[in-house]
Design a protein around this ligand. Structure first.
Ligand code: SAM
Length: 226
């Protein structure tokens, strides 16, 4: 089997941004998402808070950190900040915890949809938010599972003034950017958008390495609020 076959590019029935993106984003901005919090995420959030309080500088979040490589990269880049790697998969986190762990890293098993709401409610000061290679949910019928097509999106937009999303699917990046434009316009928040091709000098995550070595084009969206 060729490496091209081993690491599949995103295959989708979409050729452009999904049609009711604006309607969905506005609907979720006008309503409150009320899904009850999972108890394991409340516990994990409290543990993360205890860890964060031992630092003077604000927290860096690595959401969907998988095996945690990017969490280590972020910890080296921001050595005085607490860096929380969050993933729902205990198997991936176990691999992360096997790596030697800098003092400013804390991994938690949690549901992002709940963690982000708890963090916003607690007015957690988030310095930088990494969202590297979220699941694309590539069928158009799955668009509501993408972070920008989900009721969690208003929370995500408000959680951190400095966010970076990476993906190997350009349409995901374009949708995320457009959803952000709609959201910030509604919220009357000023921001600076950027969507560009991303060529890592050294891959920073397990998925980034797979895609990069497979010759796929990578994209990143930077959202910086004024
Ligand atoms: C495609 S992987 C990317 C992992 C890592 N960022 C990388 O680039 O190697 C997506 C990760 O997000 C996690 N994830 C997806 N949805 C999540 C959710 N709602 N809450 C917590 N983790 C989630 C998955 O368990 C998985 O590890």
């Amino acid at each position: 089997m060729s490496s091209e076959n081993k690491v599949r590019r995103v295959v989708s029935n979409q050729t452009e941004i999904f049609s009711d993106l604006e309607k969905k984003v506005l609907r979720y901005l006008k309503t409150t998402y009320q899904r009850p919090y999972a108890s394991h995420t409340i516990k994990a959030f409290n543990q993360a808070q205890d860890f964060i309080r031992t630092f003077e500088k604000p927290v860096v979040l690595d959401s969907g950190c998988g095996c945690g490589e990017s969490t280590l990269v972020l910890a080296a880049k921001y050595p005085d900040h607490p860096v929380i790697g969050i993933d729902k998969s205990q198997i991936r986190l176990t691999k992360a915890q096997k790596n030697s762990q800098p003092k400013n890293v804390f991994y938690i098993q949690a549901e992002l949809i709940d963690f982000w709401r708890l963090a916003l409610e607690a007015e957690l000061n988030v310095f930088f938010h990494a969202l590297y290679y979220p699941n694309p949910w590539p069928k158009e019928s799955q668009a509501g599972r993408r972070f920008h097509g989900h009721p969690i999106f208003p929370t995500l937009l408000q959680l951190c003034p400095n966010m970076e999303l990476r993906t190997n699917w350009k349409i995901y990046a374009e949708e995320f950017l457009e959803a952000s434009r709609i959201g910030f316009q509604y919220l009357q928040m000023k921001w600076t958008p950027l969507l560009e091709e991303w060529v890592p000098s050294v891959p920073e995550t397990a998925f980034e390495r797979k895609y990069f070595e497979n010759g796929q084009t990578l994209f990143r969206v930077r959202i910086v609020r004024d």
